[in-house]
Design a protein around this ligand. Structure first.
Ligand SMILES: Nc1ncnc2c1ncn2[C@@H]1O[C@H](COP(=O)(O)OP(=O)(O)OP(=O)(O)O)[C@@H](O)[C@H]1O
Length: 289
């Protein structure tokens, strides 16, 4: 662990481990404020793609996150030849899955779902404008900025995008292309699975899948027994809204999902356009489109 990091922060208990590294709680020696620090030993990463992703993660997280209230903030990066330490906001709340009760199979009321989708789309719209595609949007990567008083009752949680460990540069304005099969099978867009190049709209597909899960109580549009089967369903499957899950869901919500989980990338909405959809504008209350 780098001496500069230890000079500036007191390292506390381990909070978890991910694909690249280990995350510890830490406290600023200057201010006493608590943060989380993710430490990655890049020399231990065998795979070229992993090494590249780990290298760019803190830079893209800073670029996408600076002044973006919908993104977990990076406060400092310490880098030497082998190690990268990224000091970021400490997330103490549950992730989105836990917060909305999805783990218990409860559908989320439309106004709450609309607020969550709007927050994610808003955060992504700014990421994309700055040229960063997240590429792994799923409920586990959205930390609830838990504030009991503000979020009590039926109010929506404040979801923030975390973990830019799969992110890619797609050019200012989000109009460029990325490549590589990254993401999570149930949430990944078909053009990513297909290989070749794809753009920032791959994130919009994933937000559509998150929205589908929120409104159905945890069901996912494309499934299978194995990751390969799930990916095959993503490539070939038809988007359906089974009546037993979606009977009470408005036409406007279904219309938006169809425009996000749309296999033609050119026809799919951008994150910006999602924010202008009547279901979002009306706060999940629109009945007609
Ligand atoms: N900012 C944070 N605040 C509190 N805990 C965190 C924070 N970031 C990560 N963690 C904890 O550390 C674990 C590992 O995080 P990390 O970002 O390395 O990987 P991951 O998102 O779980 O998985 P992957 O590396 O596959 O994307 C998380 O599951 C979480 O429990």
């Amino acid at each position: 662990m780098s001496a500069e990091l230890k000079r500036d922060y007191e390292i506390g208990e381990e909070l978890g481990r991910g694909r690249f590294g280990v995350v510890h709680r830490c406290t600023s020696r200057a201010t006493g404020e608590a943060f989380a620090v993710k430490s990655v030993d890049r020399s231990q990463l065998g795979d070229d793609l992993d090494r590249e992703l780990a290298q760019v993660e803190p830079k893209l997280a800073q670029l996408a996150g600076a002044g973006n209230p919908g993104v977990v903030q990076v406060h400092a990066v310490y880098e030497d030849e082998a190690w990268t330490h990224t000091v970021m906001d400490l997330c103490t709340g549950p992730d989105l899955l836990e917060w909305v009760g999805l783990r218990r199979g409860e559908p989320v009321p439309e106004p709450v779902a609309a607020a969550i989708v709007a927050q994610i789309a808003q955060a992504l719209a700014l990421c994309h404008r700055r040229g960063v595609a997240h590429r792994d949007v799923k409920p586990e990567e959205e930390d609830d900025d838990d504030d009991e008083e503000e979020n009590g009752g039926e109010a929506a949680p404040r979801a923030r995008l975390a973990d830019f460990g799969s992110a890619a540069w797609v050019g200012v304005g989000g109009l460029g292309r990325a490549e590589g099969l990254v993401g999570t099978p149930h949430y990944v867009a078909p053009e990513v699975v297909a290989g070749g190049e794809y753009g920032a709209k791959a994130d919009v597909w994933s937000v559509g899948v998150v929205m589908y899960a929120l409104l159905s109580g945890g069901a996912l549009p494309f499934g299978g027994e194995t990751p390969a089967e799930v990916l095959a369903a993503v490539m070939r499957g038809t988007l359906r809204f089974p009546p037993r899950l979606f009977d009470g869901v408005s036409h406007a919500a279904k219309d938006l999902m169809r425009r996000m989980i749309c296999r033609y990338e050119w026809r799919r909405l951008t994150a910006e356009q999602v924010l202008a959809h009547p279901w979002i504008v009306s706060g999940g209350g629109a009945r007609a489109v």
